[in-house]
Design a protein around this ligand. Structure first.
Ligand SMILES: NC(=O)c1ccc[n+]([C@@H]2O[C@H](COP(=O)([O-])OP(=O)(O)OC[C@H]3O[C@@H](n4cnc5c(N)ncnc54)[C@H](O)[C@@H]3O)[C@@H](O)[C@H]2O)c1
Length: 312
């Protein structure tokens, strides 16, 4: 298959590139290298350095030339605090950039697109044991609003233009190549601090919990989604939730526990520093993954302890 991976020089995208190439696909990466790095890139993939949020004509030219069969969209501004400080800047990349991509898909007759959404930011505080795809959406940041907006655009593009799609709503993804400088990847941040001897900071009481999913599992979920995209799009969707899939492990781990597990894994024993809770931070985020298991055949292979054993 001829696949375009946007954001393919980034953390998750670069693992998808490896997975598609291993499956025998031809892979082009579209990335502006704003947070991604050329050294993440598999040498068998071709890099097109382009800003999705820029002038759309180079993007349209690329699509007209290349006849992509599948687009996997992982390019994004992923810093939640940056989205709070500059909501318009966030929307320019995460909403307008995505719309440019969807327009190019429609104009070039691309068969389908997979979109990286976030179960961690869409659902807000969940009253039940875990959030199913149909749980109420309550994003608490402009970044989350942009993810939800794109899910709605995809739904509408399917109705209006017949563009097929699937949305994957990830938990907290971790693994090799995650940027420890960002604010998104607590596993990478803690690991870097522990290795450098600088104190790691735990905000609040550290009992806030998340659904941590290893990037190798996320890559597998994307391959399964790529295989099932056509089939799952055969009938019209009734809501944005119908073609959305939570991708997590179904296990909640507190920040305190994560820190302990990492200390054990790295065989380093350093106390973390406590800091006041961060406003707007969720207490608990846990995804119900049963739909992905049923319809995509996805089951995570790594629990957190096993996944931490695979860090760089
Ligand atoms: N990391 C997580 O835990 C997590 C959780 C849920 C969803 N996601 C989503 O998964 C996707 C990938 O996240 P990641 O953690 O790999 O982040 P990342 O920052 O490593 O990757 C994003 C990539 O997009 C590129 N990019 C940014 N703006 C661009 C633009 N305007 N044009 C072209 N390329 C651009 C960056 O250079 C980078 O390579 C994002 O959509 C993110 O929102 C990530």
């Amino acid at each position: 298959m001829n696949v375009l991976v946007t954001g393919g020089a980034g953390f998750i995208g670069s693992h998808l590139v490896d997975a598609y190439l291993a499956r025998g696909d031809r892979v082009t990466v579209l990335d502006d290298l704003s947070s991604g790095r050329a050294e993440n890139l598999n040498p068998q993939a071709r890099l097109v350095q382009l800003d999705l949020a820029g002038e759309p004509s180079p993007l349209l030219d690329l699509f007209r030339r290349e006849y992509f069969e599948l687009v996997n969209h992982h390019a994004a501004q992923i810093d939640v605090r940056r989205s709070v400080a500059d909501p318009a800047g966030d929307a320019q990349i995460n909403v307008i950039g995505t719309l440019n991509l969807l327009e190019a898909c429609v104009q070039a007759g691309v068969a389908g697109i997979i979109f990286a959404s976030s179960g961690g930011v869409l659902y807000g505080e969940v009253p039940g044991p875990s959030a199913a795809e149909t749980a109420p959406k309550q994003p608490l940041s402009p970044y989350g609003v942009a993810k939800l907006a794109v899910e709605h655009y995809l739904f509408v593009f399917k109705q209006l233009h017949g563009l097929h799609y699937l949305t994957l709503r990830y938990g907290n993804v971790y693994g090799p190549r995650q940027d420890p400088q960002g604010e998104a990847g607590v596993v990478a941040i803690f690991a870097a601090k522990l290795r450098s001897g600088e104190p790691a900071v735990i905000y609040g009481d550290g009992e806030q919990s998340r659904d941590y999913v290893h990037v190798a599992d996320v890559a597998r979920a994307n391959l399964l989604a790529s295989e099932r995209l056509e089939l799952l799009n055969r009938r019209p969707a009734a809501s944005i939730d119908e073609l959305a899939f939570n991708i997590g492990t179904g296990a909640a781990t507190s920040v305190n526990r994560l820190y302990q597990l990492l200390c054990r894994q790295l065989q380093l024993e350093r106390p973390a520093v406590q800091a006041p809770p961060r406003p707007g931070e969720l207490q608990r985020s846990l995804l119900d993954g049963r739909k992905a298991q049923r319809l995509l055949g996805f089951q995570p292979q790594y629990d957190l302890e096993a996944g931490l054993g695979l860090l760089d």
